[in-house]
Design a protein around this ligand. Structure first.
Ligand SMILES: Nc1ncnc2c1ncn2[C@@H]1O[C@H](COP(=O)(O)OP(=O)(O)OP(=O)(O)O)[C@@H](O)[C@H]1O
Ligand SMILES: [Mg+2]
Length: 447
């Protein structure tokens, strides 16, 4: 993409309404524009990152055998009356009436709808286990939408639902989701710590939230510092490997880690030596729930078990805050000059800066490098305007592409360009071919 033909409305001024870095930077980098409180348009750069994050979520869900689908945003109220949540949900639910006076709502979550789909089509234990998920816009009429996409009213969520015959099977589904989530967040360059949580309006007994540590997080968190040394890494775990999934749950949740909702000061002191006790803030980027037959019983989602009895299925639901993740990633990855995208989610792999636009040698070299990067499967944002070098660097630093290739007449006389890391600021001279090869190597694990 050539910047001269792109739509990147960067802001010079720091928007006054933004209280935290990620909100400020998303506005300044031209990623989002507020449509009304807590509702945003995703401008081209923001859209690219959102799609990257969504794609990683899809890949990791499907790696664990979960099946993608898509349910509508608008739901009929009667499904929620059946489960008993229509009245319980309160003013966070956006209630709508259609022209025939039917009560509808903009879905804040989809337990009822998925249960309705399940009961219409599944009736035997032979069709279990089953996990269906989608990535869809949700609406929750939050009292105080704030911090940009972090606490929006309209937001993108991955929500998945498991259906199992027994409690043990459902527990495996829970553990499997925990494994997939750990991998998902690490691919985005994030450490998200599973913490024991309270269940809230979704309901349920077993539940963990995933928190990214950040000073601007809305949740207070208390944890054993050993937890931050844990890495999931590139482990390959078979979705049917019950013992393997259980061992990961054990490894990542046996140490003390709780949010202020579930924190127990006495247990914290008893379980964690003083020098390892940490109190901090965190951003909730996901949550997993086991809730048994809470919806299957009232809604009649049953199967015939091997003995011929009709039994309600055991269920759980599992959410990832896809749009909120962009804010969380930026909170964890920025400096005074702008965003620093982790390689896994960057909107473009590399920025190309031409120091002397209009100089035939520099222009030709840039065109060749741009083509070679494309050949190598890398997305390039080519800053091809007439701005001064300093202004081009400032824009590139603001939008945070992890790598930049700088091309200028002086280097070209020696046959070299400069490859610069946004994170470390370090630059290295090399031939254009070497730069392309290096970038292809850097990005190989992220594709
Ligand atoms: N208003 C929101 N804006 C953006 N993302 C959200 C919002 N509410 C929830 N999410 C994301 O969706 C995920 C799954 O939704 P869940 O029902 O667990 O939310 P929640 O626990 O009610 O969130 P919160 O406690 O932050 O209000 C959350 O972990 C979070 O990352
Ligand atoms: Mg939650």
């Amino acid at each position: 993409m050539r910047l001269s033909r792109y739509f990147l409305p960067v802001l010079k001024e720091t928007p006054s309404e933004a209280q935290i870095a990620s909100h400020r930077l998303m506005l300044r980098a031209g990623m989002i524009k507020q449509a009304s409180a807590g509702i945003y348009s995703w401008l081209p750069l923001g859209w690219r990152v959102l799609k990257r994050v969504e794609q990683i979520v899809h890949e990791e869900q499907q790696r664990m055998g979960h099946i993608p689908m898509l349910m509508p945003t608008i739901q009929p109220a009667d499904l929620w009356q059946e489960s008993g949540r229509y009245n319980a949900y309160g003013p966070e639910m956006l209630r709508i009436r259609d022209r025939h006076d039917r009560d509808m709502l903009f879905g804040p979550t989809n337990e009822e709808m998925i249960t309705d789909i399940f009961r219409a089509h599944v009736s035997s234990y032979r069709d279990l286990p089953l996990t269906l998920y989608h990535v869809q816009w949700k609406f929750r009429d939050e009292v105080r939408p704030r911090f940009g996409v972090m606490r929006g009213r309209e937001f993108l969520m991955k929500d998945g639902y498991n259906f199992d015959l027994t409690y043990e099977d459902a527990l495996h589904a829970y553990n499997r989701h925990l494994v997939s989530y750990l991998r998902t967040y690490e691919r985005m360059g994030l450490q998200a710590i599973p913490m024991r949580a309270e269940s809230g309006p979704i309901g349920g007994d077993d539940t963990h939230e995933f928190l990214v540590l950040a000073e601007t997080g809305e949740s207070g968190v208390f944890y054993d510092s050993e937890i931050t040394d844990l890495r999931f890494g590139d482990r390959q775990i078979d979705p049917d490997d019950r013992e393997g999934c259980r061992a990961v749950l054990e490894e990542f949740t046996s140490r003390y880690a709780r949010t202020d909702d579930t924190h127990d000061a006495a247990a914290f002191e008893a379980q964690v030596p003083e020098e390892r006790r940490r109190e901090a803030r965190g951003i909730e980027v996901g949550q997993i729930f086991y809730f048994g037959t809470k919806y299957s019983e009232p809604m009649g989602a049953t199967v015939v078990d091997p003995e011929g009895n009709r039994v309600p299925v055991h269920m759980g639901s599992h959410g990832i805050g896809v749009s909120r993740l962009l804010g969380a990633i930026i909170e964890a990855n920025h400096d005074e000059r702008g965003i620093i995208w982790p390689e896994g989610v960057t909107p473009f792999h590399v920025g190309l800066v031409n120091l002397k636009q209009g100089d035939a040698t520099a222009d030709t070299a840039c065109d060749q490098i741009y083509a070679a990067l494309g050949q190598a499967g890398l997305d390039t944002l080519y800053h091809d305007g007439d701005d001064r070098a300093g202004a081009k660097f400032a824009t590139m630093d603001l939008i945070g592409l992890p790598w930049r290739i700088t091309v200028g007449p002086r280097g070209l006389e020696k046959g070299v360009v400069e490859l610069t890391s946004r994170r470390t600021g370090e630059s290295e001279e090399m031939t254009p071919e070497q730069a392309v090869t290096r970038l292809a190597q850097i990005y190989a694990p992220h594709r």
